[in-house]
Design a protein around this ligand. Structure first.
Ligand code: URA
Length: 433
């Protein structure tokens, strides 16, 4: 077999066999097939897609590129949540301790910033000392003690996703239904989850721009998840505007703490609670989503999830006391405000434009080897529906470099749309699949 033939077959729209997929992905992980050939293949998949059979084979090959974590000996249920990627989406940081407070174990294996979207691992690592490269032993121990642990793909666990994820990030091959499906589900199966809530995002800041595409992705995830023996609930949620009021690594940790204290922004609280309610259902803690929502609201009000979050910060190498001291003042020194260009209502803040600008600020990467900046990002003082007067400060911006600030400011200003009348409310949760 030759990688170049596999690339040309995919380019011609042919269905690849499991053996061909295994040859390519296995060779990549072993260092025998170079990045440039895998990039070309990923681009061919991006344009030609994959059949359900190919997607399932890719997921399985990626899963078996490393070890599967054995959680036996720890009492379940093991339920996780994963998002298909968004801007300002920090719900994972709230959901893991919230589920743990209900007696659900969450073995959370996440990713880094991808394209214009943020990554849970980069956010967590903004907490000084926080380690996301846990060994399997540490992962197991922390799940047993805290009810959840948050880690990343390693050279032993789904190494194929670790490599492909980083490659897709910088080669324009992220927005592909089969590649997203295999990336998410290989991680979720490898981490030991039994059930999964999927937050499938659609809108400008998501990888799927239209609801219909989002629905196709949700269906691909649900079908492939079922084939792997996972119980899956998918919610199709809006990602046209950034979620919550902060975008940035440490900024989003802070906003997660607000959420754990019950005072997160309305849109963020709503999406978080609806996802949490489904985790409660899949974990057997609630009879339906309505019941689950009430149980989750009560748990949040008890303060237990916040306590568990801080306990986990300590377990994973951070210092909870230092985290609370940094809250509100751990920021890049290069900063400015963006003012409203007009008086009236903000009718939209385009999540895609904000995501792209954030990468330039230092929140994400332009090249695989780039380091993200923990203290860069954007805070919104007004969002869709806010009434503003020209000259009001609508965003505060922090950048890693002067150059990054210069490039991103016009993009951020351009992300804001104005209207003479209040915009209609958008539905945050479109449907359950
Ligand atoms: N999240 C993932 O883990 N992988 C993707 O490809 C997209 C979002």
């Amino acid at each position: 077999m030759r990688a170049v033939d596999i690339i040309m077959d995919k380019r011609a729209g042919k269905e690849l066999s499991r053996d061909e997929i295994k040859f390519l992905i296995g060779g990549y992980v072993a260092g025998e097939i170079p990045d440039y050939q895998v990039s070309a293949w990923a681009m061919a998949v991006f344009f030609k897609g994959m059949s359900a059979r190919e997607t399932a084979a890719l997921t399985e090959v990626m899963l078996n590129s490393g070890k599967v974590i054995d959680l036996s000996g720890i009492a379940g249920p093991f339920v996780d949540k994963h998002s298909t990627g968004g801007v300002g989406d920090k719900t994972s940081l709230v959901l893991a301790p919230l589920a743990a407070a209900l007696g659900i174990k969450d073995p959370m294996m996440s990713g880094r910033a991808l394209g214009h979207t943020g990554g849970t691992l980069d956010k967590l690592e903004a907490i000084p000392g926080f380690r996301t490269g846990l060994s399997v032993d540490e992962f197991r121990k922390i799940i047993a003690s805290d009810g959840f642990a948050m880690t990343g793909q390693t050279k032993d666990i789904v190494p194929a996703d670790r490599l492909l994820y980083a490659l897709r990030d910088v080669t324009g091959t992220v927005e592909s239904i089969p590649l997203i499906t295999a990336s998410i589900l290989s991680k979720k199966k490898a981490e030991g989850a039994e059930a999964l809530v999927l937050d499938v995002k659609y809108g400008s800041g998501a990888f799927m721009k239209e609801a219909a595409e989002g629905e196709k992705l949700a269906q691909s995830l649900a079908d492939t998840g079922a084939a792997l023996g996972l119980k899956v609930i998918a919610l199709l949620t809006d990602m046209d505007e950034p979620l919550g009021n902060k975008v940035g690594n440490f900024l989003e940790v802070e906003e997660s703490l607000d959420c754990l204290e019950g005072k997160g922004a309305d849109d963020l609280m709503e999406v978080t609670l609806e996802l949490a309610a489904r985790m409660a259902v899949l974990g057997g803690k609630a009879k339906d989503a309505k019941d689950g929502r009430q149980i989750c609201e009560k748990a949040l009000a008890s303060g237990k999830p916040r306590e568990l979050f801080l306990q986990n910060v300590k377990s994973q190498g951070g210092d909870p006391k230092q985290l609370l001291e940094l809250r509100g003042n751990y920021r890049s020194e290069i900063t400015t405000e963006i003012k409203a260009a007009k008086s009236g209502f903000i009718s939209r803040i385009d999540a895609w434009k904000v995501g792209h600008a954030s990468v330039q600020l230092g929140v994400g990467r332009n090249r695989t080897e780039d380091k993200v900046c923990p203290t860069a990002g954007v805070q919104f003082h007004a969002k869709r529906g806010s009434s503003v007067t020209a000259g009001d400060a609508i965003m505060t911006v922090w950048a890693a470099t002067e150059e990054g600030l210069k490039v991103s400011l016009p993009q951020l200003a351009d992300a804001v749309e104005y209207s003479g009348k209040a915009p209609e409310k958008r539905k945050l949760i479109l449907k359950e699949i």
